[in-house]
Design a protein around this ligand. Structure first.
Ligand SMILES: *Cc1c(COP(=O)(O)O)cnc(C)c1O
Length: 399
């Protein structure tokens, strides 16, 4: 089926596909949403069907009407390059499953230095133990990645922008080199989602979502998805089956429900995030705002070319200040909660420091760094909250 088309034959925009795909009201006996199917055993009507493993569903781990609905939605959103969608119990499980699907002992892997830290830990830990060598590269390397290739380089893992430091990587340039060398490209596309970055159309072979974030959108599930093109899908599916990777039906349903409102939520995160970023650029306490949709950002040209929007996650570098001042800021804000993860309806702030684990690049921001997630609260309230934080910050500086 042409996935740019809905159930009828009229071509649909992504916003419309999020509403129309993954449900069949007739089969659902008139109900708008697909059912949440809890199940392990699937009964076969005849011995012949059993011997032939015939039937739409065979066993709970391999899929259900609920997982099928979610997969159809994501395929419709990813576009015609998408040959299949795998479901994982967390974003990290999606990443590790994707890596295991393309690598074997003796292979070499290239990984962007700004990648999600647990992805790095998996490469340096389990992949190293199983005989895969990883080399980290500068996120700004572009076509220069050519010189990092070895005869046994099988895959490149990218993440744009990096979810702490927000450098933009030139994914099409890297994909061109990788494909010429017979390697596959895996993209952690959690920040932009397929709505704002069509990675599979830009040369990526496997596009990942920590669906815990914007797909779920309500900070109430752990979930991951693996979207693959025709070249990568058979081995992704095989690896999912070999590992026994699957997710519970309630979480699948919550991810599916989250996707129905993804377009409106993201549009608001984009608008509010950019407004907060511009406001922060003018605060005297802030040295730099790391947000690729800002014209002042070094990654802006790539973002403009390859992305159609931005989410609500970005970082700021504060003017040099003691930890005590930063802690006073963190302790005095009320709307910005302190906690890991992001992509939910609520605003978050978290201090971070990439300097102690990067290997291919040096991270010298020149001041304390904070990552902000701009939620769905009114921006005036968020500004007032941060003003309270800056007042506490300045009070400590003034001694
Ligand atoms: C959160 C996150 C993940 C991991 O997702 P989990 O669902 O927490 O396992 C992977 N990549 C990025 C960029 C993330 O922010």
């Amino acid at each position: 089926m042409d996935s740019s088309r809905g159930p009828g034959s009229i071509p649909q925009q992504p916003e419309t596909r999020l509403v129309t795909s993954g449900r069949d009201t007739k089969a659902q006996r008139g109900f708008v949403n697909p059912p949440v199917v809890h199940g392990s055993t699937v009964l076969y009507p005849t011995a012949e069907d059993l011997h032939a493993h015939r039937g739409e569903f065979q066993y709970g781990r391999h899929g259900s009407p609920t997982t099928k609905a979610l997969q159809e939605m994501l395929m419709a959103l990813e576009g015609p390059e998408c040959a299949g969608v795998g479901i994982a119990p967390s974003g990290l499980a999606a990443i590790t499953t994707a890596l295991l699907s393309v690598l074997k002992a003796g292979d070499h892997l290239l990984v962007c230095d700004n990648v999600y830290r647990p992805s790095r830990n998996f490469c340096n830990g389990l992949l190293a133990r199983y005989g895969v060598e990883t080399t980290f590269f500068d996120p700004l390397i572009g076509a220069g990645i050519e010189r990092m290739f070895k005869p046994n380089t099988r895959a490149v893992l990218v993440e744009a922008p990096g979810s702490q430091s927000f450098e933009m990587t030139d994914i099409p340039a890297i994909a061109a080199v990788a494909h010429a060398r017979g390697a596959l490209v895996i993209d952690d596309n959690t920040w932009a989602t397929p709505l704002y970055h069509r990675s599979l159309e830009q040369g990526v072979d496997i596009s990942l979502q920590a669906a815990t974030k914007y797909i779920g959108g309500h900070s109430d599930i752990m979930f991951g998805t693996i979207s693959a093109n025709a070249k990568a899908w058979p081995s992704v599916l095989e690896t999912i089956r070999l590992l026994g990777v699957c997710a519970g039906p309630d979480d699948v349903f919550l991810a599916l429900r989250g996707m129905r409102t993804l377009a409106v939520r993201l549009a608001q995160h984009y608008r509010s995030g950019l407004e907060m970023a511009r406001w922060l650029e003018h605060r005297p306490e802030v040295a730099r705002v790391l947000h690729p949709a800002l014209e002042s950002d070094p990654g802006h040209a790539i973002w403009r070319r390859d992305f159609t929007g931005a989410s609500g996650l970005f970082s700021i570098v504060l003017k040099p200040a003691p930890q005590k001042a930063v802690d006073a800021l963190l302790d005095s804000v009320e709307l910005f909660g302190m906690g890991f993860s992001w992509g939910g309806f609520e605003s978050l702030v978290i201090p971070f420091d990439c300097s102690n684990y990067r290997t291919a690049t040096k991270w010298v921001p020149g001041g304390p760094t904070l990552r902000l997630h701009i939620g769905l609260e009114h921006v005036d309230d968020l500004k007032a909250d941060l003003e309270r934080g800056f007042a506490a910050f300045n009070a400590v500086l003034a001694g």
